[in-house]
Design a binder for this molecule. Structure first.
Ligand code: OXD
Ligand code: MN
Length: 583
């Protein structure tokens, strides 16, 4: 408990509404963690895994209707609709109270209400922020224990300050029709009900660190972004950090944990964060980034020994798995963990499963929750309170055609235009989207920007005016397909070749050809020794088809109309320049 009266009053008011049998204040100790995991086993909500191969790990199966973010019922409840903008669902705070609050009334009867104080960012960090998640889900509280610095440390950091985010979460009755994730940026409040899925219910992550924080960042002059943070060390010991935005399910965790190929001896990659970056100006005018999280809530399928050994080593102990398959010897499995599936499994719904079955054994959005400190490539600087200095910002997406493997933009504003016009083919990370359809996803923030996207673009432009020591902005695309629907670029560790070019561009060392859409490496500008790939194929994904780009720009221009007069003049100017270069 705390002497902070504002916190106590709010906790009381939530208890009044939800009427729990008991209130438990999370302290964040190891003893508490062990006790609560044991409690989950007792309740049959956690299946403990084989202690030899998976020490301290548990499998959890969620409600089958509650397995991904639900964008349709995610709301921004700003006072004025125009502050939420055309890309967000808006509910007035009064309507939210009418529609959503009833689902909380009495919802915690017969349940314990856990009060989880947490810090987003390193303990004691000047840019770290405190929040509280009140929840009736012990699974959620335990996940918050891995994903944030929780308990006593957060209360100590907050003291009597009023600068904290209030998160109210209840499983409610778990019915999809009683489900909502609502954000009140002006009062730094979050309501999440009727869902226990991580992205909807671990309120520190998408709700606080992106939606609420993005609005706060606009007011305070910094950036809260859907970006991984990665350190790249050259054989000479030169260290550069990049921040890279990709939509959900486009391999941020894999890129954040990349292992350089053997043919690039001496290169090292250091993980700082895999999903969210908070960036502020340092005294040197550079942007410095912190990872507000303390763990990884990553997509399991596609994560394998061969593709992401660091992730596998991260999840091998003291981790939770949600909606993956169970092996006969008490381990876990998902598509892509090993080349061949075990002969028999228990699938994510708890049903017997046989190799060759047409159904997936693990849900495509099944997840692991792992402590960041488990990761073999974790950077020695990942918890530096001031963060790490960013040399390059990357925007990427899943584009089977058109977008080249790599491209450096001509200027900050050109980079912002590239980020704003980014699109990606949708994945299983959110329900309601047909898989594989192209949607605009500016800066990979479409589902996460807590205010008007037009104002968000303006904020990026303003940030660019504040320093002449800004990161360079790049676009990358690992996902080009050939005529047989196969990936052309090998991806994973081989992406280091592109990152090397990016770092060298930052130092003014690598070559590139000037094209209408930016500086693009020629095949010879990339480190290709040891790359098992046809050079004409590589040239194909470094090519610019002007006609197709003109079409692409038309699409972006149409999309930008949705922002009406909030679309910044500077970006219109950039767009016109780009059109001229393409004509
Ligand atoms: C995530 C997401 O969980 O982007 O990181 O959906
Ligand atoms: Mn994400």
């Amino acid at each position: 408990m705390t002497s902070n009266k504002l916190v106590m009053d709010w906790v009381d008011s939530v208890a009044q509404i939800t009427q729990p049998d008991e209130i438990y204040w999370w302290n964040g100790s190891d003893e508490e963690y062990e006790r609560m995991c044991a409690e989950m086993v007792k309740r049959k909500e956690f299946i403990p895994l084989n202690k030899k191969n998976w020490p301290g790990c548990y499998l959890y199966r969620s409600d089958p209707t509650d397995v991904a973010r639900t964008e349709k019922v995610t709301y921004i409840c700003s006072e004025r609709q125009e502050d939420a903008g055309p890309t967000n669902n808006w509910l007035s705070p009064a309507d939210a109270e009418k529609q959503i609050l009833p689902w909380y009334r009495g919802a915690m009867k017969g349940r314990t209400m856990y009060v989880v104080p947490y810090i987003m960012g390193p303990v004691g960090g000047a840019s770290s922020k405190v929040g509280f998640e009140i929840t009736d889900s012990l699974y959620v509280a335990l996940n918050m224990r891995i994903m944030t610095r929780s308990g006593r440390v957060a209360l100590d950091q907050l003291g009597d300050s009023d600068d904290f985010v209030k998160g109210m979460h209840s499983l409610g009755d778990l019915k999809p029709e009683h489900r909502a994730v609502a954000h009140f940026p002006e009062r730094k409040e979050i309501w999440s009900v009727g869902t226990g899925y991580g992205g909807n219910a671990l309120l520190g992550k998408k709700c606080h660190a992106l939606r609420i924080a993005s609005a706060q960042a606009r007011d305070e002059g910094w950036l809260a972004e859907h970006m991984l943070i990665l350190g790249l060390e050259s054989p000479e010991g030169d260290l550069h950090y990049i921040a890279a935005a990709f939509p959900s399910g486009c391999g941020k965790t894999n890129l954040a944990m990349l292992i350089p190929p053997e043919s690039m001896p001496g290169w090292k990659a250091w993980t700082v964060g895999d999903d969210i970056a908070w960036m502020r100006f340092g005294e040197d005018g550079r942007l410095w980034a912190i990872n507000p999280e303390a763990g990884f809530f990553g997509i399991a399928p596609g994560t394998g020994e061969d593709t992401n050994q660091n992730a596998i080593l991260s999840v091998k102990s003291n981790s939770f798995f949600t909606n993956v398959a169970l092996t006969e010897d008490g381990g876990v499995w998902w598509e892509g963990l090993t080349k061949e599936a075990p002969a028999t499994l228990t699938d994510w719904l708890g049903r017997p499963w046989k190799r060759g079955s047409s159904e997936k054994a693990a849900h495509p959005n099944s997840r692991f929750t792992a402590p960041a400190k488990n990761c073999p490539s974790i950077s020695p600087h990942w918890e530096d309170p001031q963060g790490v200095p960013i040399s390059a910002i990357l925007f990427g997406g899943r584009r089977s055609h058109l977008t080249p493997l790599a491209l450096e933009t001509f200027s900050w504003n050109h980079g912002v235009l590239m980020g704003a016009s980014a699109g990606s083919e949708t994945t299983a990370a959110a329900t309601d989207n047909k898989m594989g359809t192209l949607r605009h996803d500016p800066m990979a923030m479409l589902p996460f920007c807590g205010y008007h996207m037009g104002d968000y673009f303006k904020h990026w432009i303003e940030i660019g005016k504040r320093s002449d020591n800004l990161p360079k902005i790049f676009s990358v695309n690992w996902f080009r397909l050939d005529e047989n629907g196969k990936f052309i670029w090998p991806g994973f560790g081989e992406n280091m070749r592109v990152l090397k070019w990016i770092v060298e561009r930052c130092k003014g060392r690598a070559g590139a050809k000037t094209t209408p859409i930016g500086y693009i490496p020629a095949a010879k500008d990339l480190h290709t020794s040891g790359l098992n790939m046809d050079i004409t194929k590589l040239e194909g994904i470094l090519d610019v088809d002007k006609n197709l780009w003109r079409e692409e720009i038309k699409g972006a221009e149409e999309y930008f109309k949705t922002f009406e007069d909030k679309f910044p003049q500077d970006l219109t100017q950039e767009l016109n320049d780009l059109k001229k270069r393409l004509s």
